[in-house]
Design a protein around this ligand. Structure first.
Ligand SMILES: O=C(O)CCC(=O)C(=O)O
Ligand SMILES: [Fe+2]
Length: 277
């Protein structure tokens, strides 16, 4: 299915990272990078992504009738399979090379993309670790989180608990009020440093590792907080035996047809970047 025929710019050019940036990511499990897309590139993609999210938004209840997860965002996944233009974004070499460079791996496959639009009045995103959802045998996973509109200080971007990417499972709780309090208490009790990058410009991005604990504040403004994310894994990642229902769901949705022990390489997981040498 293709929802549109626009041809937004190709995102091929390199975004060079310094040794300091690579070291910071590896130490903390998160980093903020400025202008990963230029203002004109962001201007081209924002309306296209917004339109597809508007068409595919599945929420049919007002905010007040949703649970904490439902209040946190409009969530639409695998947008790249619905639109040729978004395919260009999600499979962009520039983003994938940043992901490979930060993780220090030879190449990366797409795990999936998802839009996370926090509505005006939308709730906070509880503390969680993304990787509890993913039936993968590797720690080399990373999410690019990119606002398509200005994120004011008032809305705020994500808060990361530095260094938690090395800890594996802190808890198996899915995103919920319970995960928020349990993981919040864990972070406080251990005195783990928390970093919030505050206001962000459209086209800036944070990258965080699959195990890094993170949360985000609610949206007290009148404006939709439009964020697009792309999740990558090392190109040699394999699927593990599902350990939970969320693993089973993820296997079906993001790794269709893949069997435990096999490469995580379904048609939904193309190699998006691989070094030549
Ligand atoms: O956008 C948010 O509020 C949370 C996003 C998130 O948890 C993620 O990208 O892993
Ligand atoms: Fe997350």
């Amino acid at each position: 299915m293709s929802i549109d025929n626009h041809e937004p710019p190709e995102l091929i050019s390199d975004y060079p990272l310094s040794d300091t940036q690579l070291a910071l990511y590896r130490q903390d499990g998160h980093i903020r990078l400025k202008q990963v897309m230029t203002p004109s590139e962001t201007d081209a993609y924002e309306p296209i992504i917004s339109e597809v999210v508007r068409k595919l938004n599945h929420h049919d209840k007002p905010l007040s009738q949703r649970d904490t997860y439902g209040k946190a965002f409009i969530q639409v996944g695998n947008l790249w399979t619905k639109s040729e233009a978004i395919r260009r974004f999600t499979l962009a070499r520039r983003f994938a090379k940043i992901a490979a460079d930060l993780m220090g791996v030879r190449g990366v496959r797409l795990y999936h993309d998802q839009a996370l639009f926090k509505e005006p009045g939308g709730g906070h995103t509880p503390w969680h670790q993304d990787q509890i959802y993913w039936p993968l045998d590797t720690d080399q996973t990373i999410t690019m989180w990119m606002p398509l509109v200005p994120i004011s200080e008032e809305i705020g971007s994500m808060t990361f608990a530095s260094g938690t990417h090395t800890k594996g499972y802190v808890s198996r709780l899915v995103i919920s009020d319970e995960s928020h309090s349990t993981l919040g208490q864990y972070i406080e009790a251990k005195g783990i440093p928390q970093v919030n990058y505050g206001a962000m410009a459209p086209g800036d991005a944070t990258f965080h590792a699959g195990w890094t604990l993170h949360s985000a504040p609610g949206n007290p403004t009148e404006h939709m907080r439009k964020v697009m994310t792309v999740i990558y894994m090392a190109d040699d990642a394999k699927v593990i035996e599902p350990q939970s229902n969320v693993h089973r769901n993820a296997l079906e949705l993001s790794l269709p047809g893949c069997k435990p022990g096999e490469p995580a390489a379904s048609p939904l997981n193309p190699v998006v970047y691989r070094r030549e040498d």
